[in-house]
Design a protein around this ligand. Sequence first.
Ligand code: NAI
Ligand SMILES: O=CC(=O)O
Length: 335
Amino acid sequence: MTHPKKPDVFVTRKLPAPVEARMQELFSVTLNRDDRPLSRDELADAMGRADVLVPTLTDRIDAELIEKAGPRLKLIASFSNGVDNVDVNAAAKKGITVTNTPNVLTEDTADMTMALVLAVPRRLAEGARFLSRAEPGEWQGWNPTWMLGRRIWGKRIGIVGMGRIGTAVGRRAKAFGLSVNYHNRGRISPETEAELEATYWDSLDQMLARVDIVSVNCPSTPATYHLISARRLQLMRPEAYIVNTSRGDVIDEEAMIRCLEEDRIAGAGLDVFENEPDINPRLLELAKNGKAVLLPHMGSATLESRVDMGDKVIINIRTYFDGHRPPNRVLPGRD
Ligand SMILES: NC(=O)C1=CN([C@@H]2O[C@H](COP(=O)(O)OP(=O)(O)OC[C@H]3O[C@@H](n4cnc5c(N)ncnc54)[C@H](O)[C@@H]3O)[C@@H](O)[C@H]2O)C=CC1
Ligand SMILES: O=CC(=O)O
């Protein structure tokens, strides 16, 4: 009996060890042992030879690279939830299927969002930084007027993008005593709206003007580029905070920095940036002054999420080569 040839799978970054081990059992796999980000030429070379490319969100797989891909490339099985880095329409035109890794990182990313929702108003990073740098005796003890932040309980959160992660943020926010508001392309189910006692705002402008904390949880698409624009940032209350764990370019970062510098909004908690991994030095300055808490894109960074994401990649590849539609296929032209 002949065995079908294992698909040639090219993985662009080092993945958790159990994921790489399983891939080696199942596929003819090329791994990136030293975890060096690949150049555009290296990506093009891989796409010229492999049956499957497994990129991560830091690999830009644009129309030009997809155009040049070899005839064997059938599947781009991204190790990420967001696929704004892959030109899904160009891939579809070339008959290449694209998949992602949703659901398994929802709760961890929502936890990190909630951590930022708490961290900025409650001055968590500032307090921790003070003690980690304090000389013995420098901390004089509890003080009625020192390190005062702003209360979370009883405030209003406005979630922009009420999908998997946005809804999970809503659940956490409700548990912390916040009232949940959301803006989304469409209304969520009446059951979930009732569970969260959530208020739907068809007008993003109106919601932004009324909430105390904005949490950005929609994907980066042509329609959401600078959705939180300079004009919309001006609508926010001066006491309001903004948290972004989606993608940097959903907010006009330059305009947000100006608002923070001029105290037109109270603070920002950011896991994502417009020009990752370059960070605007003015944001770093704002972080030193306690106006911003910055994280290096860590939303899904738990061992559990990353192993589960790898399992999803493997299931997508296996299902595709078994001749079925992979479970996490990303459809072209959705956004
Ligand atoms: N910081 C991190 O480490 C992580 C970031 N992410 C980011 O979070 C994003 C969201 O992930 P999920 O919740 O799983 O996606 P999802 O697809 O379940 O939810 C996105 C929601 O945004 C809404 N939306 C899309 N375009 C919109 C628009 N123009 N206006 C208003 N709403 C709009 C959709 O209707 C949907 O309800 C991902 O695309 C990714 O960019 C995801 C995982 C980890
Ligand atoms: O930002 C992370 C993702 O998987 O998307």
